[in-house]
Design a protein around this ligand. Structure first.
Ligand code: NAD
Length: 469
């Protein structure tokens, strides 16, 4: 276990190494990305096996799609675009500055702290690491204690690819995490829940460390009256049940037009039967990561039932599920705002369904609650689509599907307000981990020389000309 002194020593070592070596060249950064890529590819089967053990059952294919493939794509994207991202950006100049040059120079920040959660243990550690390296930084990574096998494996992989002075992995529980968040990094990125994000932001503020916070929240789904219910149900079932709902951008609850609630529930049930004919021994259906979260989700259901909700489990083969921490896909009807299930992020395979009669009421509901990380809207009506897009604020949106905006490297990914601060992925990640330094390179004439006292009529004439008098 690392103590604050150990963390401070690693940080000092990385900072000294960074200052001694200066910013890495384009080719050096490509070598770092290649080294990381080689580790991910070489270890892809171990990564899936280890995470499966950490979860109880984690679908191997979900790991391949959402961990291996997404990490490989992000690294390849960074490699392809790095040269362009690293280039200084020229800025146009007003007449009085024209003798000089203005440009933005992107330089590495130095040492980046990265704190990752367990739900996509590899992706949410390794994509930030890749992006921090592409921007030329050193990295200290603190993966989650909930997935100890994956954390140890990443420690091994990264130690094989990099010296401790470039990438260091620190493992441990909440105390180590709290110490980790108190170090004087040049930037700290945290992915996790909003309550812990608040603590991290406060710890970072003590040292004036800038933060990127990738948090959670309740991501709503709105099904338009015009939209094919079966199609929407297919997409929502996939977005909700992947990783058994333990996805930061999973649809949290659904708005369904009044009178279509039962039809939507039936459509979801059909989808679940097709996707998961069985649940208990089905390797495709992921377990809840830990007893604490298993109990938390069951408590949300108990609280909802006690307050008058109706609950429908979709368990296609009618199996007993208890011993693997699996929870059957579950629909919750007649929900009200006093239920914990409508206040907390669910983070499990449970979907509350809320009927609505007009779109304005839905928009008001969304705007009355914390700004979500994601929002999903299914409609073919362009006016409705634009109304929801313009009048609600969410970190990101997928229209007529779920989840997919996260997979597009060209789109910055992040939350807004309580769902997060800042963004990453692709170019946005490179910029997050770089300092955009503004530079004016003075020319042969003009500049401060023109502004020196003694002031007199010549300067006044020039000012009058410039302000258009
Ligand atoms: P969490 O906030 O419960 O825990 C995150 C980590 O914080 C833990 O591993 C723990 O070691 C650490 N921690 C505990 N106390 C701390 C303290 N005082 N100071 C600093 N760190 C401390 O989150 P989780 O359960 O690991 O992940 C689930 C949450 O993450 C969900 O809310 C989900 O929406 C969110 N999430 C967000 C994204 C995103 O990209 N926006 C992605 C995945 C998950």
């Amino acid at each position: 276990m690392s103590t604050p002194a150990d963390l401070g020593a690693i940080l000092d070592m990385q900072r000294q190494a960074f200052l001694r070596a200066g910013p890495p060249s384009h080719d050096e950064r490509i070598n770092h990305l290649d080294a990381l890529l080689a580790q991910v590819i070489k270890n892809k089967d171990r990564m899936a096996d280890v995470l499966c053990e950490d979860f109880g059952n984690r679908s191997r294919h979900e790991t391949l799609i959402a961990e291996t493939m997404s990490t490989v794509n992000a690294i390849k994207h960074a490699k392809k675009h790095l040269k362009k991202w690293m280039k200084s950006e020229k800025r146009p100049l007003a007449l009085q500055f024209k003798a000089g040059k203005a440009f933005i120079h992107y330089q590495p920040l130095g040492v980046i702290g990265i704190m990752a959660p367990w739900n996509y243990a590899y992706q949410l550690s390794l994509i930030p690491v890749a992006q921090a390296l592409s921007a030329g930084n050193r990295v200290m990574l603190k993966p989650s204690e909930f997935t100890p096998g994956a954390s140890e494996l990443m420690k091994e992989m990264l130690a094989e690819a990099f010296g401790q002075d470039r990438v260091a992995v620190i493992t441990g529980g909440p105390e180590v995490a709290a110490d980790f968040s108190r170090q004087k990094y040049d930037h700290l990125m945290f992915t996790g829940s909003t309550p812990t994000g608040r603590k991290v932001m406060m710890a970072a503020a003590e040292n004036m460390v800038p933060v990127t916070l990738e948090l959670g929240g309740k991501s709503p789904t709105i099904i338009g009256d015009d939209y094919d219910l079966n199609k929407a149900a297919g997409s929502i079932a996939m977005g909700k049940l992947m990783n058994a709902g333990q996805t930061c951008i999973a649809p949290d609850y659904s708005f369904v037009p009044e009178g279509k609630v039962e039809a939507f529930a039936d459509a979801l049930s059909v989808q679940v039967h097709k996707m998961y004919p069985t649940l208990a021994a089905n390797p495709d259906y992921t377990s809840i990561v830990a007893d604490r979260h298993y109990e938390r989700i069951n408590n949300l259901l108990e609280d909802a039932k006690a307050k008058g909700a109706r609950v429908q489990e979709i368990n296609p083969a009618g199996e007993e599920l208890g011993n693997q921490r699996k929870i059957a896909p579950t629909l919750v009807f007649d929900v009200t705002d006093d239920m914990a299930i409508m206040q907390e992020e669910i983070f499990g395979p449970v979907l509350p369904i809320k009927p609505y009669s007009n779109l304005d009421e839905v928009i008001d509901y969304v705007n009355d609650h914390d700004r979500p990380l994601a929002l999903y809207h299914f409609t073919k009506d362009a006016a409705d689509r634009d109304k929801v897009m313009q009048r609600t604020t969410a970190g990101g949106m997928t229209q007529n599907d779920t989840i997919m905006h996260v997979a597009i490297e060209e789109l910055p990914f992040g939350g807004v307000g309580p769902s997060g601060l800042g963004s990453y992925h692709g170019h946005a990640g490179f910029k997050t981990f770089s300092h955009a330094k503004s530079i004016y390179r003075a020319g042969a004439f003009g500049g401060t020389a023109m502004l020196k006292p003694p002031y007199g009529p010549r300067l006044e004439k020039m000012i009058n000309m410039m302000i258009g008098k």
